[in-house]
Design a protein around this ligand. Structure first.
Ligand code: SF4
Length: 523
């Protein structure tokens, strides 16, 4: 039994049916369908071994596990349903999350709209209330919380005390976690809060390699981002490009562990090896070829509008990447892309370098040009918008609405996320106090309608690489249709002026059921 157990709740300990994007579903509010259906659709249980160790685990948790194992500790990631036996003897429990209390941008948006806690926040509460954790805590277990949403504990001091979380670690954790675990095992006093400043971020040599598969084959290719958006903390971190050799070693850990597809993790995959914000086509292509040599399918975590346009205009990079990635095993690839606003005025204030090397004045036209490049090359993104920023005015929201209309036929998801003032988060029922303006409501309706329309188009080929895709697709189709019915009933559907209401909504019968089965198998 390990002396250090690393775990989290089900919404993070899942591979989301092998489709990372479905993980976003767990940030929704449990409406329309029962919560257990939400969990099945978006955060199904993970396969585990006889010890309760998950087949795949979140990439960040794998890094922490590796750092501790390299330092000689018996540390293991354990699935939340298999903690009981392990916590009888473990001395330290490390927990991590992307969104502990549902304050993250997608969750807080859904929470504010539906005035209720989201699926992931409820799931995490249940995790912390597990009798085996409570019992181990009474026995003297030390609990250390970290991960990208560690900042959220600032607003939940009461819960931190109630659940007995000894230490919260904010920032990159690989360096400090060994020191903290050593203290905990020696029975020494732990600090309540550790904030790792960017200058103390681990160097490339100090970042350990994962030792077991990560969720959906995620492998980090760089850390940090040079664009400096005002609302983003990533930008404070030093920029580090992970060497090809280390990337390949981690890919092989996944492949040997039976994970065939992978995600390249970076704030902007196109800036791998870049000089400032100018993509280096040669380095990016080499990376794509490396990943595709081992993975059946390769997708990206994030990319930027400006890099897509710049690299395609200069050296047809997106087209050349599509030639590397797309084949008989992969017909499209995805990425999350920050659009944030359709207003050049607001863009200039909140993200002055996001359009670089172009002028921020061109922002909406750059977004539309990037959308065209993506559509031509089968790159299907989830684009994010941020609304409700303190600097925003009504005209900015209308400009964003116009941009959504310009993207009406674009095959991608547009996710509006609402900025929630931090002060509000102190309230237990913060989501009840958040009010949307009329313009925001219209933007939400338009994005919802766009999402239903394009979501059905995307679903048509979303699972066609899985033999079970034909069986599961109707469930998601049913989910989108249920959302559509509810939206129509409550008057939440909204179309751009002059656009035919329903003519272009796809039908389930259009889905090429069994496309995967009909294709010749090559592996
Ligand atoms: S481009 Fe993205 S990752 Fe970079 S600073 Fe802006 S929001 Fe953060």
């Amino acid at each position: 039994m390990p002396e250090v157990v690393i775990s989290t709740d089900r919404t993070l300990m899942s591979n989301h049916h092998g489709k990372e994007f479905l993980g976003f579903g767990a940030t929704g509010a449990p409406v329309i369908l029962p919560r257990r259906v939400w969990m099945y659709l978006f955060a199904p249980k993970m396969k585990v071994d006889s010890e309760g160790r998950p087949w795949q685990a979140s990439y960040g948790m794998r890094k922490i596990e590796a750092a501790l194992q390299d330092a000689g500790y018996d540390a293991q990631i354990i699935d939340p349903d298999h903690l009981k036996g392990h916590l009888k003897t473990a001395k330290v429990l490390l927990i991590s999350h992307h969104d502990y209390f549902g304050f993250g941008p997608p969750s807080s948006t859904f929470a504010s709209i539906f005035k209720m806690k989201t699926v992931n926040a409820l799931s995490f509460e249940e995790f912390m209330e597990k009798p085996e954790i409570r019992e181990a805590k009474r026995r003297g277990l030390k609990i250390i919380a970290g991960g990208p949403s560690a900042w959220q504990w600032t607003y939940r001091e009461e819960e931190r005390k109630k659940w007995g979380v000894d230490t919260v670690v904010e920032g990159e954790g690989e360096r400090i976690v060994v020191e903290l675990v050593e203290k905990a095992l020696k029975g020494e006093e732990l600090p309540e809060w550790v904030s790792m400043p960017p200058k103390e971020a681990p160097t490339l040599e100090e970042i350990p390699l994962i030792k077991a598969p990560s969720v959906n084959g995620m492998v980090e290719i760089m850390r940090g981002c040079p664009r400096g958006c005002k609302f983003c903390s990533v930008t404070l971190r030093p920029l580090r490009f992970i060497p090809y050799e280390n990337i390949e070693k981690e890919i092989m850990v996944n492949v040997r562990g039976g994970v065939k597809d992978g995600i390249l993790q970076s704030e902007d995959v196109l800036l791998y090896g870049a000089r400032g914000v100018i993509p280096n086509g040669e380095k990016v292509l080499k990376l794509m070829k490396l990943a595709k040599r081992h993975y059946r399918k390769v997708v990206w975590s994030h990319a930027s509008i400006a890099a897509i346009v710049k690299s395609e205009r200069d050296e047809k990079l997106i087209s050349r990447i599509s030639e590397v990635l797309l084949d008989d095993k992969q017909r499209w690839w995805g990425a999350e892309i920050g659009v944030e606003t359709g207003s050049p005025r607001l863009a200039d204030i909140i993200m002055p370098a996001k359009a670089k090397p172009f002028d921020t004045k061109e922002w909406p036209s750059l977004v539309v040009e990037a959308a065209g490049i993506m559509e031509d090359n089968n790159l299907i993104p989830a684009m994010t918008l941020i609304a409700g920023l303190p600097e925003e005015n009504e005209e900015d929201v209308m400009k964003t609405l116009e941009l959504v209309d310009d993207l009406w036929d674009f095959k991608g998801i547009i996710m509006p996320m609402f900025f929630v003032p931090m002060g509000l988060l102190k309230r237990e029922d913060w989501f009840r106090a958040y009010n949307l303006s009329d313009a925001h409501v219209e933007l939400l309706k338009r994005c919802l309608t766009h999402g239903i329309r394009q979501g059905k188009r995307i679903l048509k080929e979303y699972f066609d690489d899985r033999w079970w895709g034909a069986f599961i697709t109707p469930f998601y189709w049913g989910f989108i249709s249920a959302v559509e019915r509810a939206a129509r009933h409550y008057g939440y559907l909204s179309y751009p002026p002059g656009r035919e209401r329903r003519s272009s909504l796809p039908h389930l019968k259009d889905i090429k059921i069994g496309a995967f089965l009909r294709r010749p198998r090559t592996h």
